[in-house]
Ligand binder design. Structure first.
Ligand SMILES: Nc1nc2c(ncn2[C@@H]2O[C@H](COP(=O)(O)OP(=O)(O)OP(=O)(O)O)[C@@H](O)[C@H]2O)c(=O)[nH]1
Length: 316
């Protein structure tokens, strides 16, 4: 039931396959918010919510959706929470939802329909981040799924343009433009784009959307995750060897690391396909070393992860 002092909040959804750059886009949006206030809902696939800690905003505006993947069920927590923000004394300017990297952004529609019906919020912009580098290396099934999800978006970011040739970019642009003629397609690196392309006052409302007929797939049957956490320090060289080994068994890994040669520094670790990257986050004493691995069920070898993770910890 909508309360009389409610306002209709615009919702921006951010979808994209594992490691495409969704969290990067959320942080880019927040850094350019120009005085606007966004509430961000984050839905990680892994049991440990790494993205929640990486979103750069105040705690009360960063909400973790923990009851499994946001697209797998009608998310009552999400609907209730957005309704509460809409009728709060200081409502935000917009709601941003970062879906997990294995979810189908279209499956959120039932939640949006409820919010629209109650007058609490409306779906303004559906953004899809596509990893332009990773796309060529995926199997047929995953590539098809990505095109399907892109077709459902108002705005498609062809991201990681710094990592591909112009020839590949042009091929990808033609593919997406043909499949999704009504989507606004933008080329980006680190999801950098003028904020007005996403936020200029409901300009995607009433716009023609692409027609898509494919079914929404239950991806939890296809992907699985394994996660681990430790207060022990990590041996850097052993970790590098471990990454070489486990990258064959999972597609995506992310987490935080405390190396024994630099114990005060928290390192953010990212692996997308075979590309690993490390970023210093500063002291962050509240966080210990945590790692999540995500991959296809038939390929993930959890025994390799367990043994490897035990071997990289330094006994003090
Ligand atoms: N070189 C390059 N790296 C990028 C770009 N965009 C994002 N990255 C890196 O790609 C990795 C994954 O980015 P995220 O923003 O965490 O991706 P995500 O879509 O949120 O990933 P999930 O958590 O798996 O859903 C990080 O190491 C980013 O710094 C880009 O345009 N170029």
């Amino acid at each position: 039931m909508i309360k009389s002092n409610s306002i209709r909040l615009p919702i921006i959804t951010i979808g994209g396959f594992l490691g495409a750059g969704k969290t990067t886009l959320v942080n880019s949006l927040l850094s350019k918010s120009e005085g606007k206030r966004f509430v961000v809902f984050v839905n990680d696939f892994g049991a440990i919510n790494i993205d929640h800690a990486l979103i750069k905003t105040v705690e009360q505006d960063r909400i973790s959706l923990k009851n499994g993947c946001v697209c797998c069920s009608l998310n009552e927590d999400l609907v209730k929470s957005i309704s509460n923000f809409s009728s709060s004394k200081k409502p935000p300017d917009a709601v941003v939802i970062e879906a997990s990297g294995v979810s189908d952004p279209r499956a959120l529609d039932s939640s949006f329909n409820m919010l629209e019906a109650s007058g609490a919020a409306f779906l303004d912009t559906r953004v899809y981040v596509l990893d332009a580098e990773g796309f060529g290396g995926l199997n047929y099934e995953d590539s098809e799924l990505i095109v399907d999800h892109a077709v459902a978006a108002d705005l498609v970011l062809l991201n990681k343009c710094d990592l591909i040739t112009l020839e590949k970019l042009n091929l990808l642009k033609s593919l997406i433009s043909e499949s999704a003629p009504y989507s606004n397609v933008q080329e980006t690196t680190h999801c950098e784009l003028p904020i007005k392309i996403i936020l200029s006052d409901n300009h995607f409302l009433g716009r023609k959307r692409n027609v898509h007929f494919s079914e929404v797939i239950n991806h939890e049957e296809k992907y699985t995750q394994w996660s681990c956490e430790t207060d022990s320090l990590i041996d850097r060289d052993s970790f590098l060897q471990f990454v070489n080994e486990f990258s064959q068994y999972c597609f995506r890994s992310k987490g935080f690391l405390r190396f024994s040669d630099e114990p005060d520094e928290l390192i953010s670790f990212n692996l997308v396909g075979l590309r690993a990257s490390y970023e210093k986050l500063g002291k962050r004493p509240s966080l210990s070393s945590q790692l999540v691995m995500i991959g296809r069920r038939e390929i993930m070898n959890v025994e390799v992860f367990k043994t490897g993770f035990n071997d990289i910890q330094v006994i003090c």
